[in-house]
Design a protein around this ligand. Structure first.
Ligand code: R5P
Length: 298
């Protein structure tokens, strides 16, 4: 097996290769002055199983194109199979038509991933449980929740906790984590987002958080506004503290500032997306999913 890294998350690809006790295979990715990319496989891959690690985080379009080109180069060079490890699958939130006239961007992405010849996808914490059924090729949707459960168990200050989903869509995730933690209680916030302005309102919740340490769990943090609104509501409802566990640190726009100044004491995320230095902040702690990837592809 040979493992290759696109340019989106090399630190994670390196960790996975290290966990598998192999070296990353080199790729020549040349960027032309107009930003077009030329990809060339250097090692021989004839009849080899190959793996590409590429998160399709910002800039998603560029990272997808790079993944398509690497796949094409491997296929043309005779690789027997290509597994794409896409820890964060870009465009996954546009998985159906929300408003009349919209494109289903994820469907276009899936058809292209399949058309270029990828044999299997390994990804993490997909936004919706129905996404795997949209693929015709094999897809493994892993989850960072067991890593979060280990962290919560091993963190002594996290006592008398209640898990909190910041929106109704996250209930499935919260229930899984609750089971991993011997059925700790959970609560759910009702969130409303205005699709045209992005304004978020979190005013109501189901479940009791009074006097407890709230652990907010989400699949991703983009602008940070969901987390900020959730923390404010939890304080109003009597939670003594808030902590956040989210798989994908998308961190758009002012997210780092919003998260650093929000009421949460600490924000834990996975390394599904490589966070640039300027987007890191004091409250942030990154937990690695590399070992889960390594055992899936070994
Ligand atoms: C939404 O359904 C997701 O689970 C996240 O809550 C959302 O994408 C977070 O977005 P933001 O950080 O922009 O509020």
């Amino acid at each position: 097996m040979k493992i290759f890294s696109g340019s989106s998350n090399k630190p994670l690809a390196e960790k996975v290769a290290k966990d598998l006790k192999i070296n990353l295979s080199p790729l020549d990715i040349f960027i032309f002055p107009d930003q077009e990319r030329r990809v060339r496989v250097i090692d021989k891959v004839l009849d080899e199983k190959t793996v590409i690690v590429q998160s399709t985080s910002t800039p998603a379009d560029q990272h997808y194109m790079e993944l398509f080109f690497i796949t094409d180069a491997l296929k043309r060079s005779g690789a027997s199979s290509v597994t794409a490890v896409i820890p964060y699958l870009g465009y996954q939130r546009q998985d159906h038509v929300f408003r009349e006239g919209e494109a289903v961007s994820l469907q276009v992405i899936i058809e292209t991933l399949q058309a270029v010849g990828i044999n299997k996808i390994v990804t993490f914490d997909l936004h919706s449980a129905k996404i795997p059924s949209l693929f015709e090729i094999e897809i493994k949707d892993l989850s960072a929740l067991p890593i979060f459960a280990d962290k919560i168990c091993g963190t002594t200050f996290l006592k008398d906790i209640v898990l909190v989903s910041p929106d109704m869509g996250g209930i499935r995730r919260i229930k899984i984590l609750s089971e991993l933690l011997n059925n700790v209680p959970y609560a759910t916030i009702e969130k409303n987002r205005d699709l045209s302005t992005g304004y978020i309102e979190s005013k109501k919740m189901e479940g009791d958080v009074e006097g407890k340490t709230a652990i907010i769990v989400d699949d991703m943090i983009s602008t940070g506004k969901t987390i900020d609104a959730a923390c404010k509501l939890l304080k109003e409802k009597g939670a003594v503290d808030s902590y956040v566990f989210a798989t994908h640190p998308v961190f758009s726009n002012e997210a780092p500032e919003i998260l650093q100044s929000c009421l949460a004491r600490k924000i834990f995320v996975a390394d599904s997306i490589d966070i640039e230095k300027k987007k890191r902040f004091d409250k942030l702690e990154v937990l690695s999913i590399s070992k889960m990837i390594a055992s899936e592809i070994a």
